[in-house]
Write a protein that binds this ligand. Structure first.
Ligand SMILES: [Cu+2]
Length: 128
């Protein structure tokens, strides 16, 4: 191999490693919650493939996959109810993926479809 080419390859590899490193540290500091709603009457919020039951308060990246044009994905802190913390992450007619970063504060939370809340909800706790 030509000496010059070897140097270029080495620089490229260093760059790739730097990018991989920063992506990894970003994920470590901001966990990703995955929400899915639809296509049937189902909704879920998971962390690392497991349904969320309890989380530590903090900042989370929330990726919601909305597979239905007649459900939405809403996150709300129900207790304490003030200040009101509620987000309609995806709208009823929307299908596709929405991503947001949100600081979840201690309390009792619910992920639900606001149209069919009785059928479609998942409760979880955020602890200090
Ligand atoms: Cu619904």
């Amino acid at each position: 191999m030509h000496r010059k080419h070897a140097a270029v390859i080495a620089i490229c590899m260093a760059g790739a490693l730097a990018v991989a490193g920063s992506a990894f540290s970003g994920r470590a500091s901001t966990p990703t919650l995955k929400g899915v709603v639809g296509p049937g009457y189902s909704i879920s919020l998971k962390l690392g493939g497991k349904k969320v039951k309890t989380l530590r308060a903090g900042t989370y990246k929330i990726v919601v996959s909305d597979k239905s044009s007649f459900h939405n994905f809403t996150l709300e802190r129900e207790h304490p109810s003030k200040p009101k913390l509620e987000k309609h992450v995806s709208g009823v007619s929307f299908t596709g993926t929405k991503t947001l970063t949100w600081t979840l504060k201690p309390g009792s939370w619910r992920a639900y479809c606001s149209v069919h809340e009785a059928l479609m909800h998942q409760d979880f706790k955020i602890t200090r």
